[in-house]
Design a protein around this ligand. Structure first.
Ligand SMILES: Cc1cc2nc3c(=O)[nH]c(=O)nc-3n(C[C@H](O)[C@H](O)[C@H](O)COP(=O)(O)OP(=O)(O)OC[C@H]3O[C@@H](n4cnc5c(N)ncnc54)[C@H](O)[C@@H]3O)c2cc1C
Length: 391
């Protein structure tokens, strides 16, 4: 065993890079291995945008973590000297009155109780403030100003630079094919060409590829394909906040959510639904019926985009855990092994706090989130809280 405070992080997505940065700050010698380039073209952390919000129904734990993360996004913007997190707010619309026990009403109640200045939509607000939306269809909802979107690919690239600047070594061209073990202790990882990277600790953060390296976890997490669609209107300035903030439209019932136009004028929308279980290396193509589903939604909800040609589309893979909670913990059976993954379609927003959670897991430090995200058996529920996951 190498008793030298060294950590090998496998995977340079948001989980891996934030863990590397935090561990480096705590005094470890950190190497990150990834097939590269970083951000990897197929990584979930590599896309134009990711939603940042703390609206999690009655689930106070994720809402608290989201509030901590938003403080972190502002710190990162200041550190980078440019806004890669855009606090444009979050518009939640419903086609039915918000009822007690619904995701929307529970989010509204919890956030209001916690003192966030949530603006309930009153009759006429949708038509006057957010005129792209069909105000005959969406009759209720609210606007949360403490939310926004993160320029995911740019952030992942910025974190890789920060990691290198802080002394982390990023080794690209290294796709781990197996863990190296000495008895029950994990001591490194090997690539298909026989190269080995050895360390005192191995932290696997390989997103949907985690179970390729750790097949014994395949009953508790798996890749699920979700469609994303991109449009490029001729007047992108009309599709930006304040009149077109990040949005969710009947999310628990339809799964549709989306973003304002980015700096290239691209408007993105996506569906959070059951998805399809796929292999991590499956083609990342959307299906014709998924585009038809998207267009039917637009015709009913956002008619000004409905007739535009598709600018692009792709299937993006969630690493879904069986209970929708992240997986950030030490393996109780193999010494020296930590896994930080299981984003379940909603982890990017927590980027500024993920590294701390992973480093705490490695060091055995308890925090309020330890139990919920711990290494766990199938069927083991950590709390009775209502679960809502989503983008
Ligand atoms: C369609 C879609 C929409 C989403 N929307 C949102 C949203 O709006 N808000 C939000 O908060 N979250 C969202 N998410 C979730 C979020 O993007 C993910 O939870 C998060 O990016 C996962 O990060 P990761 O580091 O686990 O994985 P990844 O970003 O996929 O990184 C894994 C890395 O591991 C590397 N790797 C793989 N195999 C190996 C190996 N053998 N050896 C070495 N390296 C390896 C890969 O190259 C990759 O760089 C969405 C996800 C998807 C797919």
């Amino acid at each position: 065993m190498l008793a030298d405070n060294s950590v090998l992080v496998i995977g340079a997505g948001i989980f891996g890079l934030t863990a590397a940065l935090e561990l480096r700050q705590r005094g470890y010698r950190v190497t990150v291995a990834d097939p590269g380039p970083v951000p990897h073209p197929l990584a979930a952390s590599n896309d134009v945008s990711r939603m940042v919000r703390l609206d999690y129904g009655a689930d106070g734990l994720y809402s608290s973590l989201g509030a901590e993360a938003i403080e972190g996004w502002h710190r990162w913007n200041a550190r980078w000297g440019r806004d890669l997190y855009h606090e444009d707010g979050f518009l939640l619309m419903t086609s039915v009155p918000m009822a007690s026990g619904s995701f929307e009403q529970d989010s509204y109640s919890l956030l209001t109780e916690r003192g966030f200045p949530i603006e309930k939509l009153l009759a006429g607000d949708l038509a006057s403030r957010y005129p792209h939306w069909n105000a005959d269809h969406y009759i209720d909802g609210y606007f949360n100003p403490r939310a926004g979107w993160a320029a995911a690919a740019e952030i992942t690239a910025a974190l890789a630079h920060d990691a290198i600047d802080s002394g982390v070594s990023i080794v690209t061209g290294f796709a781990a094919t197996r863990l190296v073990q000495n008895g029950d202790r994990v001591t490194g990882a090997a690539a298909s060409d026989g190269r080995e990277l050895l360390a005192e600790w191995v932290l696997v953060a390989a997103g949907v590829w985690t179970t390729v390296l750790l097949p014994d976890l395949a009953d508790r997490m798996w890749p699920v394909g979700q469609p994303i669609f991109y449009f490029k209107p001729s007047n992108p300035e009309n599709y930006r906040a304040p009149s077109f903030p990040p949005w969710g439209a009947d999310i628990p019932r339809t799964g549709w959510y989306g973003f304002p136009a980015n700096c290239e004028g691209v408007v993105k929308m996506a569906n959070h639904g059951p998805g399809r279980r796929v292999h991590p290396d499956a083609d990342r193509l959307t299906l014709p019926e998924q585009e038809a589903h998207c267009r039917a939604f637009l015709a009913e909800s956002l008619p000004s985009l409905a007739a535009l040609p598709l600018y692009g589309s792709k299937m993006c893979l969630y690493c879904d855990t069986w209970d929708g909670d992240f997986w950030i913990g030490r393996d109780p059976a193999r010494q020296g092994l930590v896994v930080s993954t299981g984003g379940s379609g909603h982890a990017f927003k927590f980027g500024p706090v993920l590294g701390g959670l992973a480093a705490d897991a490695l060091e055995g430090i308890e925090n309020p989130y330890t139990k919920r995200f711990a290494w766990r058996s199938l069927g083991e529920l950590k709390s009775e809280e209502i679960r809502y996951t989503g983008e």
